[in-house]
Write a protein that binds this ligand. Structure first.
Ligand SMILES: [Zn+2]
Length: 404
């Protein structure tokens, strides 16, 4: 089952009754967290047994379905807490501060035509939330293949989970093999006897990373006397950085998937799991793998939703192997891969040829064939470029891009 959370803003302020419900919900979550910590349990059912009766007695009017989902939220908070402790990262007692609530799909009604949510507060008291519905939202509301999952209500917006069974991936008629780099995806598109170079170029991602890194460093220096403030500001910087980068990664992924969908291509990517660069800390930060891993996650997730096959292959030696004679190059190389046998090609595109050949030799690419001789050296198809961004950011990143 695939789940996609879609954000809707509310047409008017949240009714006061709903705000009271938020406070009760938060109290129930925090009570259950405390009880769970004491009893060392994290499952929803165990928390239910522990905390239900007491809370019920104190808040006899709260809708019991909401209480159950409060225990579910508490359970996931406790699981995260347990994971953090296991990884040795902080051990303060978890506590939910934010006002919100979550309702399971039985506990609310959404009229998919009118965009009105009927949310029960307690016996005999319901509130109506009118959602702002755009064309984007219509796509989800009108798709009958999607069923409704949980509802998360925040002070100014709601998140509706839409669910569907994963569609069967199509049988590929072509392949799009991509080598993932800091500033681009480089690879080739193979259809029949023709192979062309492709590129999705996202230089801003590395620029944004650099900018926020510098800013964090400055903050740390300036607020060195107060570690708490410094940490808080850095965390905020980090969140902004991730938002700005992820926004671009989504656009890159959308372009790649649109291309693959139109040409019925299987997407071949390197498996970045367990991939660690053996560089110094300084270089590690610069070449942070996070955006690349995230890009893969986005591509894989969206491909699954659309039924586009994605093949992950072991990237070992993919950038050093000659696809013609299979010799492995151990010396350092520049932008171009050169082999004794005479083969030479852009290093990244060469790597993508090897990824595709690995996929084919392992039988992962169905009936697809590829012959490196079919590669057309003079053509480059652009899948994505920063200029293709549908809209620019309000805070003017374009200026930064232009400055470098
Ligand atoms: Zn060779």
């Amino acid at each position: 089952m695939l789940v996609k959370g879609v954000v809707f803003y509310l047409e008017s302020d949240l009714p006061a009754e709903a705000k009271f419900l938020f406070e009760d919900f938060r109290l129930a979550v925090n009570n259950a967290i405390r009880a769970g910590l004491q009893a060392r349990v994290t499952s929803r059912n165990a928390l239910n047994k522990l905390a239900y009766k007491d809370f019920r007695r104190e808040h006899p009017r709260m809708y019991s379905q909401h209480l159950v989902s409060a225990f579910e939220v508490a359970g996931s908070v406790l699981k995260n807490h347990r994971r953090r402790i296991r990884n040795g990262k902080g051990n303060h007692v978890p506590y939910v501060r934010r006002l919100f609530m979550k309702a399971e799909n039985q506990a609310y009604k959404l009229n998919r035509k009118s965009g009105i949510i009927d949310l029960p507060i307690r016996a005999g008291c319901h509130v109506e939330l009118k959602l702002v519905v755009s064309q984007y939202h219509r796509k989800y509301l009108d798709d009958t293949a999607l069923s409704l999952g949980s509802l998360t209500v925040l002070l100014d917006r709601v998140i509706v989970a839409f669910r569907k069974d994963a569609p069967m991936p199509f049988v590929p008629e072509s392949a799009l093999s991509l080598d993932t780099n800091e500033r681009s995806l480089d690879g080739l598109f193979v259809e029949g006897d023709v192979a062309k170079a492709v590129k999705a170029h996202f230089p801003e991602v590395a620029i944004i990373q650099q900018l926020h890194h510098d800013r964090r460093r400055r903050l740390q220096k300036k607020k060195a006397f107060d570690r708490r403030i410094s940490r808080k500001l850095c965390k905020r910087e980090g969140a902004r950085e991730h938002r700005r980068i992820d926004y671009r990664l989504h656009q890159v992924a959308d372009s790649v998937l649109k291309f693959a969908d139109e040409r019925k291509s299987a997407i071949v990517l390197e498996d970045l799991r367990g991939f660690k660069s053996k560089r110094s800390k300084e270089l590690n930060r610069r070449l942070s793998l996070r955006p690349r891993r995230k890009l893969h996650r986005i591509i894989e997730y969206k491909a699954q939703w659309k039924g586009i096959p994605v093949i992950k292959v072991d990237p070992r030696n993919s950038s050093r192997t000659c696809p013609i004679c299979r010799r492995i190059q151990y010396s350092r190389m520049g932008a171009e891969f050169k082999c004794e046998c005479g083969w030479h090609l852009d290093r990244h595109i060469n790597a993508s040829i090897n990824l595709l050949q690995t996929a084919i030799s392992k039988g992962m690419a169905g009936g697809l064939r590829f012959n490196p001789g079919a590669f057309q050296h003079d053509v480059m198809m652009i899948l994505y470029e920063p200029a293709m961004a549908a809209r620019s950011e309000p805070n003017g990143t374009s200026g930064i891009v232009g400055a470098t």
